[in-house]
Ligand binder design. Structure first.
Ligand code: ZN
Ligand code: ZN
Length: 171
């Protein structure tokens, strides 16, 4: 087990900074194609409604809330019921195609739908945009420290609030 000092030393080690994370292109179509392929490979049932919900999340330029999705679906289908949307979201979450941002209760599509991962998010309080921090070391570090403390982690929710580059420039 680590002493507090060791834990401090580990967490404050200077680690090489990864190549600057560039936001991935907002290509909803391409994203849906990848998810379709992955679903087929894994034998998952990506129903038309699940695909539609996925597409709506992917097309949004910021995290979307469940009731916004419901409104968007109703524009097209008229009769979309809340449980159907929640079930579709649960399916997409369980298969790591989207992320849920707990602090704002909203959903974003995952930049890496082919792999399960837990990443921190940077959430802008000015424009409500969210960005994945694509660096596994953060999750790995927390996992290692939790294990060292005899804690078995199951879910990590890492959400950093602040102001994004674009909003900072505009202010
Ligand atoms: Zn992701
Ligand atoms: Zn912003």
């Amino acid at each position: 087990m680590y002493s507090c000092e060791e834990v401090y030393a580990v967490s404050h080690d200077i680690v090489p900074i990864p190549p600057a994370h560039r936001p991935h292109p907002r290509d909803a179509q391409g994203f849906v194609r990848v998810v379709k392929r992955v679903s087929k490979e894994r034998g998952l049932r990506l129903t038309p409604l699940r695909t539609e919900v996925l597409k709506l999340v992917a097309e949004a330029d910021k995290p979307v809330k469940a009731y916004d999705l419901l409104d968007l679906l109703r524009e097209k289908h008229g009769n979309a019921a809340p449980p159907t949307v929640y079930r579709a979201l649960d399916f997409l979450l369980a298969n790591h195609f989207i992320h849920k941002l707990e602090s704002i209760n909203a959903f974003v599509s995952c930049h890496h739908p082919a792999e399960a991962h837990q990443v921190p998010f940077l959430i802008c309080d000015t424009c409500s945009s969210a960005q994945e921090v694509c660096d596994d070391r953060v999750a790995e570090l927390i996992e290692a420290q939790a294990m060292a403390l005899g804690f078995r982690p199951q879910v990590q929710t890492l959400e950093v609030h602040g102001v994004c580059k674009r909003c900072l420039r505009a202010s």
